[in-house]
Design a protein around this ligand. Sequence first.
Ligand SMILES: Cc1cc2nc3c(=O)[nH]c(=O)nc-3n(C[C@H](O)[C@H](O)[C@H](O)COP(=O)(O)OP(=O)(O)OC[C@H]3O[C@@H](n4cnc5c(N)ncnc54)[C@H](O)[C@@H]3O)c2cc1C
Length: 385
Amino acid sequence: MNYELDHIDVREAITKLCEGFPNKYWQKCDREKKYPTEFVSKLTEQGYLGVLIPEQYGGLGSPISVGAAILEEIHRSGGNAGACHAQMYTMGTLLRHGSEKQKSEYLPKIAAGDLRLQAFGVTEPNSGTDTLALSTTAKLIDNSYVVNGQKIWTSRAEHSDLLLLLARTTQKESVKNKTDGLSVFIVDMSTVLNKSLRIKKISTMINHSTTELFFDNMLVPVDNLIGEEGKGFRYILSGMNAERILIAAECIGDAKWFIEKASKYASERKVFGRAIGTNQGIQFPIARAYAQMRAAELTLKHAIKLYETGESPGEEANLAKLLCADASWAAAEACLQTFGGFGFAEEYDVERKYREARLYQVAPISTNLILSYLSEHVLAMPRSY
Ligand SMILES: Cc1cc2nc3c(=O)[nH]c(=O)nc-3n(C[C@H](O)[C@H](O)[C@H](O)COP(=O)(O)OP(=O)(O)OC[C@H]3O[C@@H](n4cnc5c(N)ncnc54)[C@H](O)[C@@H]3O)c2cc1C
């Protein structure tokens, strides 16, 4: 099933790298809820997590299709890029809105693997999907912002040096435009950890190293404000198309993994004296998932093409994320059903990948919110929230 030729050299190199991290590795990490440090270090060493950083800052300056190819192949090989994908898209906020001083201070170190930018603190317990309701505050006193509040679901915080943080710098009641008043900071966690920053693990149905963060008068130097104070919500939104595209690529990788696994098993497993794949009741859901995956992949390629020509493809990036997440979930369902009872056994990886694929219906953006976007911004229906 070699139907994907874009960036074939990158894909082959990632497949080879992933061969060093076979299913037993991912099973152990999953069982022990352990961060895949060795895998992330290998990707970092070989420069894959810095490919999107421009050459002038030590990266490769590759287009987003290269990032998408890397993440897709990790998932297609049976791994999970959730441990390290954030660096590819959070870095864009710094690149687009950071000062020259901030970019030259952080980006070369991120590209070289000396600093990890893996933590992204937006969601809060009481705001959830409604980002503008977030209540973590950052007050400028002398030369530092004093941060107080709490974040939830801040993934990889324990495995990152830097945190990209969204906090309120002007109270909601005092802003003219409701999207104003939030600001983005780059926080060096090493200086505040276990002092004014506390990190608490959240145990989840997947191995995602996600945490809660508690800020108690945490000082962030004024130089670490990204762009203009109060414009942070816009800066975060400007990175959403890249995030949608990269996550959609992971979903395509998952879908390909499930489809390949299911078709092979259906051809090999014999029940009633013949391969179960002889039955159309087994074949058709896999074939349908394949058709769904190919259609979603075309939508993703279209979004990537527009993105790479400098457009801001909000509709296409959202469509790609929606359809690719649906395709991976349909493939997960078909694969689990094909495996029957063995689908539930750890050693076949299907149950792990099934749990992992389910996340993308909820995070980083839930399916409902994409449908709301399409309803309002594409179909011009009334805003629902
Ligand atoms: C494993 C994991 C990792 C994560 N990593 C990060 C991270 O690194 N950084 C970060 O900031 N966040 C992270 N998140 C948070 C994630 O982005 C949110 O979970 C997601 O945006 C949904 O927010 P919520 O969970 O608060 O759901 P809620 O906002 O409470 O919504 C609950 C349900 O109601 C639906 N809903 C809410 N409002 C509407 C509406 N108006 N119309 C229709 N449906 C609606 C939602 O779609 C959802 O299905 C992570 C989450 C998980 C589970």
